[in-house]
Design a protein around this ligand. Structure first.
Ligand SMILES: NC(=O)c1ccc[n+]([C@@H]2O[C@H](COP(=O)([O-])OP(=O)(O)OC[C@H]3O[C@@H](n4cnc5c(N)ncnc54)[C@H](OP(=O)(O)O)[C@@H]3O)[C@@H](O)[C@H]2O)c1
Length: 266
């Protein structure tokens, strides 16, 4: 999946480049500090002009609570949370020039511990969007194991997607991945490269990369797929886009996967 955070005015160009390189899934958020959802929509229109139809792309965006926004909230920040979600979602559809998204994700719970009233209200509003069929999947990001367990247990509609930053030093987010596996949730890992510089420099990973005539970045992406993740890449480089996609064709041995898995705990 191609991630569009921090691309600023290059967003349109980079999304078009990513789709030409072969990406079919695009991640964004209605959060002006880090993303430009409108420019993702502009790319979508340009792509449509070249024959890339809406249905051939997987578009994912997010509702970002006020704590993750600056003063430019894409909704009335003084309105109820339910209204905020509805307004943010409508504005996402306008930005993306579409009448549905493939996945709608809560950018993160309201607090680091447990789930409070605000989280349940936001989730109900997201469930309502799912029930209207204007989001084909719904999910949550930046979630810890206890929160995900609670959501899976008590929500009327369970999350179908989880998007988390994946640190090797934290066991590659093993607990959350286990919950995802048990609940048939797609685990999307982000910052796989930026959060794991040490792994890229690790002699073991470099050795595997040279065996495969690949780069350490490709090895990390292939490893992520082997353990059941859908990796996001945030590259701005056309060659890296192609390399990141090619990672799916690499073949790691089960021993290599195990050794990379253990890098986090060593
Ligand atoms: N839910 C959330 O809260 C949240 C937070 C952060 C990010 N995200 C999502 O995750 C996406 C990816 O995040 P990220 O940018 O941190 O991910 P990333 O892919 O780990 O990091 C991007 C960095 O990796 C480099 N890179 C990528 N492919 C490479 C390759 N084949 N060889 C060498 N370097 C390579 C890029 O450099 P080049 O540009 O030079 O290739 C760039 O410096 C974001 O765009 C966003 O959609 C979500």
């Amino acid at each position: 999946m191609y991630g569009t955070a921090w691309k600023k005015e290059s967003t349109t160009h980079l999304v078009e480049l990513a789709v030409s390189a072969g990406f079919t899934a695009i991640d964004t958020a209605n959060q002006i500090i880090h993303y430009d959802e409108g420019l993702v929509g502009k790319a979508r229109l340009e792509l449509e002009r070249t024959g890339i139809r809406r249905e051939t792309l997987f578009l994912q965006t997010k509702f970002t609570p006020t704590g993750g926004q600056d003063h430019r909230t894409p909704y009335d920040a003084s309105a109820s949370i339910t209204t905020q979600v509805r307004q943010s979602f409508e504005s996402s559809l306008e930005h993306l020039h579409t009448d549905y998204v493939d996945s709608y994700v809560l950018h993160g719970p309201y607090s680091r511990v447990g789930l409070g009233e605000a989280d349940w209200e936001v989730w109900s509003a997201i469930e309502e969007i799912y029930e209207s069929s204007r989001a084909k999947m719904i999910g949550i990001s930046n979630v810890n194991p206890a929160q995900l367990d609670l959501l899976c247990e008590r929500a009327s509609i369970k999350p179908m997607v989880v998007q988390n930053r994946c640190f090797a030093v934290l066991g590659w987010d093993q607990e959350v991945r286990e919950i995802c596996r048990a609940n048939e949730i797609i685990y999307q890992g982000f910052s796989l490269l930026t959060a794991n510089r040490g792994v890229l420099d690790d002699p073991e990973v470099q050795k595997i990369a040279s065996r495969l005539a690949a780069s350490p970045a490709q090895v990390v992406f292939r490893f992520a797929m082997e353990v059941g993740m859908l990796p996001l890449t945030g590259t701005t480089n056309e060659l890296h886009m192609k390399e990141d996609l090619k990672a799916k064709d690499l073949e790691l041995t089960s021993d290599e996967v195990q050794r990379i898995l253990e890098l986090g705990s060593s």
